[in-house]
Design a protein around this ligand. Structure first.
Ligand SMILES: Cc1cc2nc3c(=O)[nH]c(=O)nc-3n(C[C@H](O)[C@H](O)[C@H](O)COP(=O)(O)OP(=O)(O)OC[C@H]3O[C@@H](n4cnc5c(N)ncnc54)[C@H](O)[C@@H]3O)c2cc1C
Length: 303
């Protein structure tokens, strides 16, 4: 109740006030802020992936703006010797509004990005109404850009384990590349585990299948219990370090990130930026008021 009230109240507050807690999680409003945040993360020993804030466009014409932003950013990352690794939400390119246009945007970005050594596009995963069409999108580009494209899988969905087993069986010739996360959208018991421990168990089950099946995995979690279990299993099973990396969100659990880097394990930080930061922050909170707890904690530790 308290969380829901705060989440509803935030959009009515001045942007400067909301920025006070959002700035910890978002690089800034423009490319300059992103490039300087990325440099800082690189200096700490972390790799990065960039997310331009925006999703669920209402009109396909809006997609052109985001496409141009990504195309402009790619050479700038390369010029500054920063990873050319970007994350894109398919709803930002209007996957449900105009599939053909959305595919064209991904095609042009992938063709451009694949010319860079670290060039990589991660297809972010959205709510469960998108799961099948985002897997289909991944399969389409996997065949042309096997080294440059990867998909996100959400451990809370019942279907996810079967989905990855099917993909592995269907494409034995490719080194599939997944980011595994718990899942951030509010899903009903019809589609997703609701219990925290069940989600963790599903996460471990899926991760083990991916790593044993030879996939590359971006292990995206800040759950220390899960991280400890994973590190132990990886050690016991001699999983080579080149098969995985850990991933975290910008501004979340900095100490966990640094402790992973200290173990000489690759870590990638997901850095969002963009002019839509206010809409993004408030919409996310309305969708998932449980995040209020995390934000309140960080608000009181703001410098
Ligand atoms: C790199 C990356 C990419 C992601 N991409 C996607 C995606 O494409 N699709 C998708 O559905 N989800 C995505 N997520 C979000 C993910 O699904 C989870 O919702 C999120 O990571 C929280 O789960 P957790 O595993 O960290 O565990 P939790 O148990 O939720 O969190 C563990 C602890 O981490 C801290 N924490 C976690 N999240 C936050 C936060 N937002 N702010 C402050 N503190 C926090 C808290 O202290 C919390 O107690 C991504 C997450 C990461 C790290």
């Amino acid at each position: 109740m308290f969380q829901t009230t705060i989440a509803k109240l935030l959009p009515k507050l001045p942007e400067s006030f909301v920025w006070r807690f959002s700035k910890k999680y978002i690089a800034g409003k423009d490319q300059e802020s992103l490039l300087s945040k990325a440099k800082i993360e690189n200096e700490k020993g972390a790799n990065i992936t960039v997310d331009i804030l925006g999703e669920e466009i209402q009109n396909i014409e809006e997609a052109a703006y985001f496409f141009d932003q990504y195309m402009e950013l790619i050479p700038k990352l390369a010029d500054k010797n920063i990873d050319v690794n970007i994350s894109i939400k398919p709803s930002m390119f209007g996957l449900k509004l105009d599939k053909e246009r959305c595919y064209q945007y991904y095609e042009q970005i992938l063709s451009h990005i694949s010319q860079h050594e670290s060039g990589f596009v991660r297809i972010d995963m959205e709510d469960s109404s998108y799961t099948s069409i985002e897997i289909e999108l991944y399969e389409h580009f996997l065949q042309k850009y096997p080294k440059n494209v990867g998909l996100v899988i959400q451990a809370y969905l019942y279907r996810s384990h079967k989905d990855i087993l099917q993909l592995m069986e269907k494409y034995p010739e490719y080194h599939l590349n997944f980011r595994l996360c718990k899942g951030i959208y509010v899903e009903t018991p019809e589609h997703a585990y609701q219990d925290k421990q069940e989600v963790r168990e599903s996460y471990l089950r899926i991760l083990k299948s991916m790593l044993k099946g030879g996939c590359y995995v971006g292990i995206a979690t800040h759950d220390s219990w899960l991280v400890d279990m994973i590190l132990q299993w990886i050690k016991e099973n001699n999983i080579p370090t080149k098969s995985y990396e850990f991933q975290c969100l910008c501004g979340v659990k900095e100490n966990l990130k640094l402790s992973i880097i200290k173990k000489n394990i690759k870590n990638r930080v997901y850095i969002p930026y963009g002019k839509n930061w206010f809409a993004y922050s408030t919409r996310r909170l309305k969708e998932n008021p449980k995040m209020v707890n995390d934000i309140i904690k960080s608000f009181f530790s703001c410098k």
